[in-house]
Write a protein that binds this ligand. Structure first.
Ligand code: KG4
Ligand code: ZN
Length: 424
């Protein structure tokens, strides 16, 4: 479907830290849609997180009568602009975004050979995320909206994640979605384009955030095989060489019969274990433990079991309440952590046991990207939902839950999850 994939520019302000600015666009369109989305991410070179700003800009093809087909048949050019703001204070990064955003949109439009007047709508992520990045994206979009007199489609970042699968697979509503990344962790029932029931979420940090912290604590950036990988990827890579049985970390929240998650307690236990091992091995913080691979394997196994168990309960809850199709229940898993094959296998055990179909968007679409926001715009345009012709009073929302939160009801159902052998 995607015929071309080109790196447009690489603006490296810091060698090791990559900040992504993405533009994705399609060409030969009757009704293009320009999408601007801003979200937060984190980068660090120490124990402290430094906010990382994201902007993704996409223009997507669509035809109002036969929307999906047109998107599928058309050529899609995906361009990426990378830069980095490591060590730069957010207002400076914000200024850089301001300066870049105009050029990026110009390049996107010029590459797609689409003039702004030909756009059918402008879609922009306005919630949730880092205020500074959402603000730049929104104010720039509104300028375009007013200048070219286009309808505006505000996008919820998580909704965009959840719907991406419908770009590549024929998935009907309702379906269950598990979003696991560096910034999110939630389970939701998707009943329609903008109709979500939130079944559970992380009470503290996201699994990718935790894996990044553990990888940093293990100094995996100094490991010759892992130095260029994200924290989560480094843990997955090293875990293959380790023995998970050498450490016994307990999956969190074993007694809470709901679908919420927690990772920070486990992370502290792991931190303590690493400190103890450093003393035992007589090495300084910052050097790589001989048991790093075993720790990675045990950490990966523990979070895989935790995620699988909460997901298992969500499936059982939905089945019990008849919220999912009895004959063709679908679980969609997305977000950066979903590219972890060990975690996917753990989820496969659950979907096999519950006769569900497990679907993951391709890794490139699984993570934060412009295409998912573009697709969300297409879905909304198609459904005639949330298309604004008057943007008066529109605001970005740094915090915004997804859908109707029924996690309390899920907890009250106190569903027992049968024990499954997690032989991965
Ligand atoms: O969705 P994403 O690109 O961005 C947001 O967090 O919003 O996800 C990035 C996260 C990082 O925390 C990274 O460590 C994690 O996904 N990740 C992985 C893997 N690849 C990336 N976690 C586990 N296993 C992987 N293979
Ligand atoms: Zn995201």
């Amino acid at each position: 479907m995607y015929k071309t994939c080109i790196e447009v520019d690489s603006l490296s302000l810091h060698r090791h830290k990559l900040k992504k600015l993405c533009i994705s666009l399609t060409s030969q369109s009757d009704h293009p849609l320009l999408v601007l989305c801003g979200t937060k991410n984190k980068i660090t070179n120490s124990e402290h997180w430094i906010p990382k700003l994201y902007f993704r800009i996409a223009s997507c093809l669509l035809s109002c009568c036969d929307l999906k087909c047109r998107v599928f048949k058309n050529k899609l050019i995906f361009t990426k602009l990378s830069s980095c703001f490591c060590g730069i204070i957010p207002p400076v990064a914000q200024q850089l975004h301001r300066e870049n955003i105009q050029r990026i949109v110009r390049e996107a439009l010029s590459l797609s050979k689409v003039s702004p007047s030909e756009l059918s709508a402008i879609a922009t992520t306005i919630k949730p995320g880092l205020a500074l990045s959402l603000g730049v994206g929104l104010s720039f979009s509104l300028q375009l909206v007013n200048q070219f007199k286009k309808p505006f489609i505000p996008i919820h970042h998580m909704e965009a994640h959840a719907l991406t699968i419908r770009l590549t697979n024929k998935v009907e509503f309702p379906f269950l979605v598990l979003l696991i990344s560096g910034g999110h962790c939630l389970l939701a029932l998707v009943r329609g384009v903008s109709d979500f029931l939130l079944l559970g979420k992380s009470l503290d940090i996201a699994p990718g955030d935790m894996l990044d912290k553990v990888a940093r604590r293990l100094s995996l950036i100094k490991h010759p095989e892992c130095s260029t990988m994200s924290g989560g990827k480094a843990i997955e890579h090293l875990a293959k060489q380790g023995n998970k049985l050498h450490f016994d970390f307990k999956p969190p929240m074993q007694r809470a019969k709901n679908c919420d998650f927690s990772f920070s307690g486990l992370q502290h236990v792991i931190d303590k274990t690493i400190m103890q091992k450093e003393i035992e091995e007589g090495i300084e913080k910052g050097q790589i433990l001989s048991s790093a691979a075993d720790i990675a394997a045990a950490v990966q196994h523990t979070i895989a079991c935790h995620i699988a168990k909460r997901t298992h309960r969500a499936i059982l809850f939905c089945k019990q309440r008849n919220l999912l199709s009895q004959s063709n229940a679908v679980l969609v898993v997305s977000g950066g952590v979903a590219s972890n094959l060990y975690i996917r296998k753990a989820l496969e055990i659950i979907t096999d046991a519950t006769q569900c179909t497990l679907l993951c968007p391709p890794p490139r679409l699984c993570t934060d990207n412009g295409i998912m926001v573009a697709w969300n715009g297409v879905e909304r345009l198609h459904a005639g939902l949330g298309i604004l012709y008057d943007t008066e009073g529109i605001r970005y929302e740094p915090k915004c839950p997804l859908g109707v939160d029924i996690s309390k009801e899920v907890g009250e159902a106190a569903i027992r999850v049968p024990r499954l052998k997690m032989k991965i």
